[in-house]
Design a binder for this molecule. Structure first.
Ligand SMILES: Cc1cc2nc3c(=O)[nH]c(=O)nc-3n(C[C@H](O)[C@H](O)[C@H](O)COP(=O)(O)OP(=O)(O)OC[C@H]3O[C@@H](n4cnc5c(N)ncnc54)[C@H](O)[C@@H]3O)c2cc1C
Length: 430
């Protein structure tokens, strides 16, 4: 099963709903041509577009997205911008490689910060750092592995016990945790909207314009969309898991849905019970755990659970996320979410991206594995450098290459079997 060529969701994106409605959305409604077409206006696609315009300001760059900016996948995440590798990627045994990855990721975070500051993008970007916390034995084992990595890499952190976490976050749910300063938090829908608005003049973004088919004719690509077509000299696939719907990465990436919910602004007496930190983020030590955030305007966000290749019923998910939050903060009483939504991540078996040349005049960067805001920005930029023949870091050596997965139905059966096993092991973390 190759899946649909673009995503659609049951519920609106909560972060986007907090922002003013956008006045104008440009939809492609004719046949046109360009030097390069980028499919996907996420962090990867917009970074590629910015870099193309830097190298060739007179080229015409088209970015096509199936959704609206802010409402689509890039606006649906939890807003953690990590300056170092994710806990799941961290490996003290491969220190040299990890240090090089971290250097590139840190440089990219600096680049995002510069764009946000110089363009005046109002997305509440703050270097709040991040907590990683464990509630059970499996989580503690993962936390120890992460600690070993931080120590080996000589990265600063602070270890916290249950009482210290309660003092900072207002919950006794976690046995222990690690605080690392290497993370920014942002309002993701505001961030992606700002990045799209501040693109150079040679870049045009078409929204609500899904690419449904691609065909190679002579020395160019013809992209079909519902109301028009594009004849492009080169194509960059930056549409994450949905690249496989357009014929690339079919045996290497799947769409994994995950879910988030945001409360309304909590009353002051409840906020007073939520610890001394006013704006924080907690990432789970174990990959099946839940992400938590307290926003600077006094809301709580919780993200958890996974759906293989399709979205589960959002009402059921809302109840499950509500239980999650209450286990951590019994003082909330009955939780009322203002928004519950899902988003699709590009999941690969070994956690590595699909990155590089995929065919004649066709390039791809996909497979974010749930942590692609900064990494996607890096991969999009370096991919364009490579297309321009510039010297680039060996991304496949540094970040790996997405490995092969068995075809359906074996893939689905395998995923459900591994997920069931992991869920049992990581139950306390959910
Ligand atoms: C609930 C949730 C929480 C997350 N939390 C975090 C987090 O805190 N930090 C983090 O770094 N990452 C997080 N992620 C993952 C993060 O959202 C992704 O890693 C990131 O968005 C990847 O960027 P991207 O540009 O590669 O792909 P995407 O953001 O997926 O963008 C791809 C774009 O392509 C478009 N598209 C797809 N198919 C087509 C088509 N056929 N034609 C035209 N357009 C198409 C989509 O509409 C989308 O806009 C989270 C994800 C979810 C769902």
């Amino acid at each position: 099963m190759s899946g649909p060529p673009y995503p659609s969701y049951q519920s609106e994106c909560g972060w986007n709903a907090l922002l003013p409605k956008r006045e104008h959305v440009e939809v492609l409604a004719n046949d046109t041509r360009c030097d390069v077409a980028i499919i996907g206006a996420g962090y990867t696609g917009l970074s590629a577009a910015r870099q193309w315009a830097r190298h060739a300001p007179d080229d015409q760059v088209l970015v096509l997205d199936s959704s609206e900016i802010g409402e689509g996948n890039p606006g649906r995440n939890s807003g953690f911008l990590l300056e170092i590798a994710l806990a799941n990627d961290a490996n003290a045994k491969q220190l040299e490689r990890m240090k090089n990855c971290n250097r590139l990721i840190a440089e990219t975070m600096q680049e995002i910060r510069d764009v946000v500051q110089s363009s005046g993008i109002d997305c509440d970007l703050q270097r709040s750092g991040t907590y990683r916390a464990a509630a059970g034995t499996t989580g503690e084992m993962a936390l120890d592995q992460y600690r070993a990595f931080l120590e080996a890499a000589e990265l600063p952190f602070q270890a916290l016990n249950r009482d210290q976490l309660e003092q900072k976050l207002g919950t006794r749910f976690y046995r222990r945790g690690l605080y690392s300063p290497h993370c920014y938090l942002a309002q993701p829908a505001a961030l992606i909207r700002g990045l799209a608005k501040k693109l150079p003049p040679s870049v045009t973004v078409y929204e609500r314009t899904p690419v449904t088919q691609m065909a190679q004719i002579d020395d160019c690509w013809i992209l079909t969309t519902p109301q028009g077509s594009v004849r492009a000299g080169k194509v960059i696939l930056a549409n994450n898991a949905f690249c496989k719907g357009l014929g690339t990465g079919r045996s290497r990436v799947v769409a994994m849905y995950t879910y988030a919910a945001l409360t309304g602004r909590l009353p002051d007496e409840l906020l007073a019970s939520l610890g001394s930190d006013k704006c924080w983020g907690v990432l789970p030590a174990h990959r099946l755990g839940s992400t938590l955030r307290r926003t600077s305007d006094g809301r709580l966000l919780v993200r958890s659970f996974y759906g293989y290749e399709r979205e589960a019923d959002n009402q059921l998910i809302a109840r499950m996320l509500g239980d999650n939050l209450l286990r951590r903060f019994p003082q909330l009483g009955k939780v009322k979410f203002e928004h519950v939504w899902s988003g699709a991540t590009g999941f690969t078996f070994n956690g590595a991206p699909i990155w590089g040349e995929a065919g004649p005049r066709l390039f791809v960067s996909a497979g974010c594995n749930g942590g692609g805001v900064v990494k996607g920005t890096l991969f999009g930029r370096v991919l364009v450098d490579k297309m321009f023949g510039l010297p680039v870091p060996d991304m496949n050596q540094l970040f790996g290459q997405a490995s092969w997965m068995p075809p359906e139905p074996l893939r689905r059966i395998g995923f459900h079997a591994v997920a069931a096993l992991e869920r049992r092991r990581g139950l306390a973390e959910v």
